[in-house]
Ligand binder design. Structure first.
Ligand SMILES: Nc1ncnc2c1ncn2[C@@H]1O[C@H](COP(=O)(O)OP(=O)(O)OP(=O)(O)O)[C@@H](O)[C@H]1O
Length: 219
């Protein structure tokens, strides 16, 4: 479970305050994958980073009682001077996973060929996105965090593989997906929420969430 209890978060610029969350309370429970709809620039990445403990709230408490993943797209753990193979072994060590398994799984998913043995800082953004996805899926978490604005690959075959693996993983774990696109939420989530004016509004059906989301976007 991830629980936000009266969490506030905002950023200051020279002239204004950008409110992301204002005393927001909500819960992500195991077995119920949740899609959070929010228009671009309203705080999707900040919200997912707070769930992952990469960003701290200004006020309030965030409790985690499950193994929560790093967000899909988070490249902070990768070392650019190391090869994909070396990064896999390094991250396996951190998470207590068999390094041989980690390397073999990622090599299989990424399909990077010779580049798997080249430093990561020689990769295109699409190649990095493949490695990031493979590393995330190689580790068994209770809750996977997906930021839809994460770097993606335009490779149709790889995106098909991603879709299949995510669907399979969803049958036994929980997903939190932040997106501006109700279509993606419908594909992967059991319930939906809308980020509006610093609050998270939870709904049992996507249709209800979409109604508020469409209103939010147009107002
Ligand atoms: N460290 C920071 N300092 C100041 N402002 C920030 C900071 N981080 C984010 N912001 C601002 O907070 C708002 C929300 O940012 P965030 O990246 O969470 O939004 P997002 O919904 O993920 O955006 P996008 O859809 O464009 O990826 C934006 O206006 C952004 O400019």
């Amino acid at each position: 479970m991830i629980e936000f209890d009266k969490v506030s978060k905002s950023f200051w610029t020279k002239t204004q305050r950008k409110i992301i969350l204002s005393e927001a309370s909500f819960r992500v429970t195991l077995g119920k994958s949740m899609g959070i709809l929010a228009p671009n620039g309203t705080g999707k990445t900040t919200l997912i980073n707070m769930m992952a403990n990469l960003e701290q709230p200004d006020e309030g408490t965030i409790r985690r009682t499950s193994r929560v993943s790093f967000p899909l797209g988070f490249m902070g753990g990768l070392k650019g001077s190391l090869t994909a193979a070396e990064n896999c072994r390094f991250i396996a060590d951190i998470y207590g996973i068999d390094p041989d398994y980690m390397e073999a799984y990622c090599r299989w998913i990424c399909e990077l060929g010779d580049y798997f043995e080249m430093p990561v800082n020689t990769y295109s953004s699409g190649m990095r996105a493949r490695l990031n996805f493979a590393l995330l899926m190689a580790i068994e978490f209770d809750i996977y965090l997906i930021d839809e604005s994460a770097p993606v690959t335009t490779d149709a075959r790889f995106n098909m593989i991603i879709g299949k693996i995510l669907k399979e993983r969803l049958s036994r774990t929980t997903l939190v997906l932040v997106s501006h696109d109700p279509g993606i939420v419908e594909r992967y989530c059991d319930c939906a929420a809308v980020l509006q004016n610093g609050k998270i509004h939870m709904f049992d059906s996507l249709a209800e969430a979409k109604r508020l989301y469409d209103y939010t976007k147009s107002s």
